[in-house]
Write a protein that binds this ligand. Structure first.
Ligand code: SF4
Ligand code: SF4
Length: 323
């Protein structure tokens, strides 16, 4: 419970700190690493390979294929009038089951005072579904804006490498501010501002019904992310991501960190959209030999792909053998 509460505070913007208690097993591992350092030459070789992009990107491939297929299901279902995937990712009916994004549903209830039975069923279904499947897994495995933002991030990082642009980070607590701001403004003005500017809905609807003028706002966001601030919308604004993060707190699917093999070189931090969740990989920061990664993790697998020592792994509580 304490761990969940701490992860929640970190997700809401608190800076991660050194654990107050480090288990004896973890302390022993840290001591062993100090006394018998691993083969640095082999690690350097591996890191050079990684820097040249020569490493498996299997989780990224699986994720991109899944994300594209899910979004295309909505597109083709509409085009061919199959009525299997109706609506968009914000509110839909999939094989007859209602689905509604929980944060958007809150906007509808507060802004327009509407609480239909279908909206309730759809919201509860999505809450149960993503509580089981890993909360922000929605972000990296389903959200169409995530894919566009990933491509923008690739360009941003290339420009940073060439020193053409620099990243401008903001305080992560801004997400909580926007989460409250959009809800309160919906309640006060009976207008769902978030629903108008939400890039997830805009891109999802554009893929299904065709591109409208609102796509200009998405292009504007992507330009900001390329030239000014890395992954700005998802990192500092999106209230949907924050809401799915809360659902992830109870999920049995987790990314876990295994201390024994880790070389603390920090390659995973460079590819992570939410590097604050990987604080435990820094020397002396893991509270135990196995640490579950916090609820802000999107389960994208980028760190699993890039880690040269297989110290980050996906696990399902009750199914994966502890090591
Ligand atoms: S944070 Fe928001 S926009 Fe970003 S991937 Fe998640 S749901 Fe999509
Ligand atoms: S911790 Fe790993 S899986 Fe989670 S968001 Fe960061 S890179 Fe992706």
């Amino acid at each position: 419970m304490k761990r969940i509460f701490q992860a929640l505070l970190i997700m809401l913007g608190q800076s991660p700190s050194k654990p107050s208690v480090i288990s004896e097993a973890a302390q022993r591992i840290y001591q062993e690493k100090q006394q018998q350092p691993k083969d640095i030459a082999a690690l350097k070789q591996e890191l050079t390979r990684i820097r040249q992009g020569q490493y498996s990107k299997k989780w990224r491939q699986r994720r991109w294929i899944t994300l594209i297929l899910i979004n295309l299901c909505f597109t083709f279902s509409f085009w061919l009038d199959l009525q299997l995937f109706e609506g968009s990712l914000i509110a839909s009916r999939v094989f007859g089951f209602h689905m509604a994004d929980p944060y958007s549903a809150m906007q509808v209830v507060l802004g327009f005072g509407l609480l239909s039975i279908n909206l309730t069923i759809g919201t509860v279904t999505v809450i149960i579904f993503w509580s089981l499947l890993g909360g922000r897994g929605f972000c990296s495995w389903v959200c169409p804006y995530h894919l566009l933002a990933e491509w923008a991030e690739i360009i941003h990082l290339k420009l940073v490498e060439k020193k053409s642009v620099t990243d401008h980070p903001f305080h992560r607590s801004s997400r909580l501010f926007f989460w409250l701001f959009f809800l309160i403004s919906a309640a006060l003005f009976n207008y769902g501002l978030f629903m108008t500017i939400n890039p997830v809905g805009i891109v999802s609807r554009a893929l299904i019904y065709g591109v409208g003028l609102s796509i200009l706002f998405v292009i504007f966001l992507l330009l900001i992310e390329i030239f000014y601030s890395r992954r700005a919308w998802c990192r500092y604004v999106c209230p949907m991501g924050l809401t799915y993060g809360l659902l992830g707190s109870v999920s049995p699917i987790k990314l876990t960190y295994h201390l024994p093999n880790c070389q603390h070189e920090g390659t995973c931090l460079k590819v992570c959209e939410v590097p604050h969740v990987l604080e435990c990989i820094k020397k002396g920061k893991a509270s135990d030999i196995k640490v579950p990664i916090g609820m802000d993790c999107t389960l994208c697998g980028a760190c699993v792909d890039i880690c040269p020592t297989q110290s980050l792994r996906f696990e399902i509580k009750g199914f994966t053998k502890s090591s």
